[in-house]
Design a protein. Structure first.
Length: 260
């Protein structure tokens, strides 16, 4: 049964304060958002699950924004700091986009903390991953211009869905991020490379993707599944990067069935 959220701040090893939100009372599902986004990424979908933990990455939302190097491994350590603060020894983890990159490290480096893993619209990174084009990178780097945001909307959702659901959308970037944090998130996502670590993931894993995704090309889904022992893949036809939003409730039902 969903309850009012429990909110607070965990403290990372370097003293950074990390905001979190826990809705519900059952075994939690940790939901990890995309690059340069905070917990509002999940506003439309978190209610599909009985108990969720979300967080604001460092540099976003109500978390601190230290001017230091950011990385997906560092974000994974921040996730563990939040779980430690909440007294959660084991959780299910669902990461999308950069959150899927972070989730790979959570599962590979802290296997005892992850019961089941869902990786959505993401990539193993590095030389083995199928990366976005330079045009897409430019749109992400210049996300505050109206043209770039319109292009990002088009990468997230199909035109037909946007026409029926005019927004506002909560997956286009967190408000109020300082420029150094925006750059830090971009560098962290671009620098991700978990290829060698993926075979160490022991949690049962489900890989989800839209087949019209240019932000994280869909060819990454079989790459991930091929590296993670026993992983399964589900592809949503015609969906773009925000499949988890546009393909509701089907995609949430797939996740719930997998989590059992």
């Amino acid at each position: 049964m969903t309850t009012f959220p429990r909110t607070g701040h965990a403290v990372a090893a370097d003293g950074t304060r990390l905001a979190y939100q826990w809705h519900g009372t059952d075994r939690p599902l940790v939901l990890l958002a995309g690059q340069a986004n905070d917990h509002t990424w999940w506003n439309r979908t978190r209610g599909d699950f009985p108990s969720t933990i979300t967080m604001d990455y460092r540099g976003t939302g109500d978390s601190d924004a230290p001017d230091v190097a950011y990385s997906t491994t560092g974000f994974a350590a921040d996730v563990i700091a939040v779980l430690d603060d909440l007294g959660v020894d084991e959780a299910d983890v669902y990461g999308t986009s950069m959150g899927g990159r972070v989730a790979q490290w959570v599962a590979a480096r802290y296997p005892e903390r992850v019961r089941r893993l869902v990786l959505g619209c993401t990539s193993p990174g590095g030389t083995h991953g199928i990366e976005r084009t330079n045009e897409v990178r430019l749109a992400l780097a210049q996300r505050h211009s109206s043209e770039a945001r319109e292009a990002l909307e088009d990468m997230m959702y199909t035109p037909a869905w946007r026409a029926a659901n005019p927004g506002p959308y909560t997956v286009l970037g967190a408000h109020g991020m300082p420029p150094h944090a925006v750059r830090g998130h971009l560098v962290a996502s671009n620098g991700h490379d978990a290829w060698d670590a993926l075979p160490r993931i022991t949690a049962p894993t489900l890989v989800l993707h839209g087949d019209d995704d240019v932000l994280a090309p869909p060819g990454n889904a079989p790459l991930l599944a091929g590296r993670i022992p026993g992983a399964r893949v589900r592809v949503f036809n015609g969906a773009r990067h925000a499949y988890f939003d546009e393909c509701r409730p089907e995609s949430s039902a797939v996740v719930m069935e997998f989590l059992g």
